[in-house]
Design a protein around this ligand. Structure first.
Ligand SMILES: Cc1cc2nc3c(=O)[nH]c(=O)nc-3n(C[C@H](O)[C@H](O)[C@H](O)COP(=O)(O)OP(=O)(O)OC[C@H]3O[C@@H](n4cnc5c(N)ncnc54)[C@H](O)[C@@H]3O)c2cc1C
Length: 387
């Protein structure tokens, strides 16, 4: 390990590995630090992604794809089921292997990676972030850098240490809980979404198949709701009523920031990516692909800033992110606020209206339109998503 790098990336999740890869392939020196013993473990994720999103960065490989997804099924509180063919196709990942592969790709283009390297502070010089302090194999270390990229996930502290406002509104921070269970008899190519207050108020519940009778089953609810009744108790009730014979293989919990991007994601010497920047899709809670996109933009901008000896140019990252996804996330956030406050009766009405449309003609666009008819104030935002 050198005592100084051009760029240090904190956190080896999808956002961190993509940032490291896009920076290192330009020939600058990059160090990526991961606090856990293993990259990609523990897995706190439903592991669902779109194929198109993946293909922008990596060729899909059966070794990290648990199952391919060709259909969505939406289930309303009165159990009306709406099925939609998912033309673009998606998949359920084996994230542990997938995250390993992304870190491997970053390493292949020259990134140095350390695991069990817990970043516990930053080095500041003249009001600018100039490196990190971390514990590695029982020893406290310091490494300097021109740029630090904070990819340290939803509980990110690096950005806060650098003076960025990373606090998210408690009401928009969802508590996610998920189990991986066996003996789940569902179609292996369908993702199931349960909407309504009986399943997950101000959120939703998912059943994502993982092949061989396994499934990730989880839900997310807002902090406000969680104060009254825990996410775990909603999940337990669902399992007892829907899959009483399931065996639980693992259980994880974690925060999901169903919020738009933080107001500022760059400060002198530091850039935030992925969950640390709140680059998650605030409507779906999906953050793997959007974190990879944020990481790739940040890594490219950071590498160019080093090569051109123009460190101030890292501020262009903010606009590039907003032009690519950030602005769409703001709109998704407004749609979410409308949809999540629907009553169970409205959810049922939407499902009944959709049932009247022939099965082979239902699209995601039609679902949005039908939701709008039941809640006209959503009209403008939904319309914008299609143009
Ligand atoms: C229950 C649940 C289900 C989800 N389901 C989905 C889904 O189906 N699809 C989807 O797209 N998204 C899903 N998400 C969201 C998705 O998991 C995240 O958006 C995604 O992992 C973000 O990637 P990231 O690289 O920003 O952060 P992470 O993947 O969280 O990676 C951050 C890394 O930083 C490391 N780190 C943290 N602090 C330090 C430190 N101080 N020093 C060194 N290293 C540090 C962590 O150990 C971790 O490896 C889900 C989230 C939850 C909680």
């Amino acid at each position: 390990m050198k005592t100084e790098y051009d760029i240090i990336v904190v956190g080896a999740g999808p956002a961190g590995s993509l940032a490291a890869k896009f920076a290192a392939e330009q020939g600058v020196s990059v160090l990526m630090l991961e606090k856990d013993r293993d990259v990609g473990y523990p897995v706190r994720c439903g592991e669902a992604v779109s194929m198109a999103g993946l293909k922008e960065f990596i060729e899909p490989d059966p070794k990290w794809i648990a199952t391919e997804i060709t259909k969505f099924s939406f289930i309303s509180p009165d159990k009306t089921k709406i099925e939609v063919e998912f033309e673009g196709k998606g998949c359920i990942l084996e994230r542990k292997i997938f995250d390993y592969e992304l870190a491997n790709i970053a390493a292949k283009v020259g990134t140095d990676i350390l695991t069990r390297a817990y970043v516990n502070g930053i080095i500041s010089e003249n009001g600018k972030t100039a490196g990190v302090k971390f514990e590695y194999r029982g020893e406290q270390k310091e490494v300097k850098s021109k740029i630090v990229i904070a990819a340290d996930g939803v509980e990110s502290r690096v950005g806060r240490w650098a003076g960025l406002k990373t606090h998210s509104d408690f009401r928009a921070m969802e508590s996610g809980i998920q189990i991986t269970a066996s003996n789940i008899n569902v179609d292996q190519n369908t993702c199931y979404f349960y909407w309504g207050n009986i399943y997950a108020p101000q959120g939703y519940l998912w059943v994502f198949p993982k092949g061989n009778g396994l499934a990730n089953i989880g839900l997310a609810i807002t902090g406000d709701i969680g104060k009254k009744r825990s996410a775990l108790s909603y999940l337990n009730e669902f399992m007892e009523t829907h899959y009483p014979n399931a065996s639980l293989l693992s259980q994880v919990a974690g925060g999901i920031p169903f919020t738009p991007t933080l107001e500022k994601i760059v400060a002198p010497g530091i850039m935030l990516v992925g969950d640390a920047a709140r680059q998650i899709n605030p409507l779906s809670g999906g953050g793997i692909i959007s974190g990879m996109i944020g990481g790739s933009i940040a890594g490219k901008v950071a590498g160019e800033a080093i090569i051109n000896d123009a460190l101030d140019s890292i501020f262009t990252y903010e606009k590039k992110w907003h032009d690519r996804l950030g602005k769409r996330h703001e709109m998704f956030n407004r749609i979410k606020n409308g949809i999540y406050n629907l009553t169970d009766e409205k959810y049922n009405n939407i499902a009944h209206d959709l049932k009247k449309i022939p099965k082979n003609k239902i699209t995601l666009g039609q679902i949005a339109k039908t939701a709008v008819v039941n809640k006209p104030s959503l009209l403008l935002d939904v319309a914008k998503t299609f143009f």
